[in-house]
Ligand binder design. Structure first.
Ligand code: ATP
Ligand code: MG
Ligand code: MG
Ligand code: MG
Length: 479
């Protein structure tokens, strides 16, 4: 029988409990420190312990140098990837085992191999596993080959790939960091015709899926990129639960796993539009965004025009837009919340506790945004009524719709297309950039005052949602 997502999570945590780890609950999606808006990795709540602080935890007796968790993570940078790559979700669970100055590289590598390949655990085919290591990490190379990994399955990469966080040595953030070793699973030629050798050059593959990152944090990055030795050597690992589920359930991608499929099926049922795999972008975006929005709402973030709430609103609106594209004209996403609770509520009881509140906030947002859309459509119909099939809608007009009515460009394109009318997207871009320049000039707050990584993502957000809202961003919210 195939393992369910809940069973995979459970097995991972039990395995590390059997190796003397204490299981702790997930931290909230609200980041524990100001380097990010949302929690992005399993290690993030443990920075104090990695930096040499006491290995003690609120409400728990004694010292614990071995911890295991399933951490819910939200990666803003990956939101743009949802639907574009097959391997990214905006919300995912990172399964992790951590050592604070206790065991190090040898055990981390040996246990990872045991969990992945032993018949009693995940029983993956050894010949389908591949690893990357940091360029001069001969120690890691030695441990992998001692386990029987063929040297041809091992690639050495520089800091761009095999140092975590990836930007740490060059750009930041400050804090614990170190070289890492990543484990990949070969999904087979049906997924892509590239080879592992190609991966050295491309660093991007549909066939070789990264499943687990073993990080060896031994440095504290300080201002100016200085890497100071930490008081002791640590282990920080992160396995992508949903990626593992798609492998162990032997399905094409996330959307056919037990977590997403019921949501997709309900969307098909309610919309009357069958799910056709990768072609059904709207089904997929709805299922994916619904899950992250539900979890972020459960953790107390509310839709707003600044900071975290702004990102939440953006993601939710994108899902509403896709529901609209599927033909829904009334709020519908909030009715799907129980499916998320059903899938994840045992592992995350906050979902059950907050279910009705989540639904009512979501419904309110849906009603509001659908009103915006309705007003935009009225205006758009008027604009289209004076054009004929084969004409092009002026880019400035499309931008005005977007800017003053909050009406998304993809809907404009979709609706115009139905009448055989094109939209001047270049003109839209020009108008967009002009507006952005004006907003920048008007803003007293320069980009450099914002937190680097957050600023980049919010720029992306601004690109999609209009620069005017961006100006409202309040730096204090990320600190
Ligand atoms: P990728 O290179 O595929 O973007 P990553 O190297 O950024 O992944 P890590 O920071 O090493 O990812 O995170 C540890 C693990 O978490 C990854 O090996 C992967 O299994 C999982 N993971 C990372 N990002 C995502 C995501 N956006 N959606 C689903 N799983 C993810
Ligand atoms: Mg990534
Ligand atoms: Mg990677
Ligand atoms: Mg990685």
């Amino acid at each position: 029988a195939k393992l369910s997502t809940n069973e995979i999570r459970q097995k991972y945590l039990s395995f590390f409990e059997s190796k003397g780890h204490l299981r702790l609950p997930s931290h909230s999606t609200v980041a524990p420190d100001p380097t990010t808006l949302f929690t992005v990795a399993g290690m993030q709540p443990f920075k104090p312990q990695f930096l040499g602080g006491a290995a003690t935890f609120p409400g728990i007796e004694g010292e614990h140098r071995r911890i295991t968790t399933a951490q819910k993570c939200v990666r803003l940078g990956d939101i743009e990837n949802v639907g574009r790559t097959r391997r990214h979700l905006s919300l995912f669970e990172m399964l992790g085992n951590f050592s604070f100055g206790d065991y190090f590289k040898k055990e981390a590598i040996e246990w990872a191999w045991e969990l992945l390949t032993s018949e009693a655990w995940f029983a993956l085919d050894k010949s389908k596993l591949y690893v990357t290591i940091y360029k001069d990490d001969d120690e890691a190379f030695g441990y992998w080959t001692a386990l029987g990994v063929d040297p041809s399955h091992i690639i050495r990469f520089d800091a761009d790939e095999n140092f975590w966080p990836a930007d740490a040595p060059a750009k930041g953030p400050n804090g614990p960091c170190g070289p890492c070793s990543e484990i990949y699973y070969d999904r087979g030629p049906e997924f892509g015709d590239d080879t592992w050798e190609d991966y050295k050059e491309t660093r991007e593959s549909a066939r070789f899926l990264e499943i687990w990152n073993l990080v060896f944090p031994q440095f504290d990055r300080q201002d100016g990129g200085v890497l100071a030795d930490l008081p002791f050597k640590n282990i920080d690992t992160g396995m992508g639960l949903e990626r593992m589920a798609s492998i162990l359930q032997d399905v094409f991608d996330f959307y056919s796993t037990d977590t997403f499929r019921p949501i997709i099926d309900r969307v098909s049922e309610l919309s009357g539009k069958a799910y056709e795999g990768e072609k059904s972008v709207s089904h997929r975006v709805i299922a994916e965004h619904l899950r992250s929005v539900t979890m972020v709402l459960a953790d107390g973030t509310l839709p707003s025009n600044t900071g975290r709430g702004y990102v939440l609103r953006k993601v939710l609106r994108r899902a509403i837009r896709h529901a609209y594209l599927l033909g829904f004209r009334e709020p519908v996403l909030y009715t799907l919340v129980p499916l998320v609770v059903q899938a994840m509520g045992d592992a995350y009881p906050e979902l059950k506790q907050e279910e009705s509140r989540i639904q009512s906030v979501m419904k309110t947002e849906e009603v509001r945004f659908l009103q915006t859309v309705a007003a935009g459509i009225e205006r758009l119909d008027h604009l289209l009524s004076v054009l004929s099939e084969g004409d092009t809608l002026n880019g400035q007009e499309a931008f005005t719709l977007y800017d003053t009515y909050g009406f998304p460009l993809d809907l404009t394109i979709e609706i115009a297309e139905e009448k055989g009318i094109k939209v001047d997207q270049e003109g839209f871009e020009v108008a967009f950039k002009e507006q952005q320049e004006r907003a920048r000039a008007a803003s007293k707050m320069g980009k450099q005052e914002l937190f680097g990584a957050v600023a980049e993502v919010l720029d992306e957000v601004a690109r999609e949602h209009g620069a005017t809202e961006f100006v409202g961003y309040d730096t204090t919210e990320s600190h």
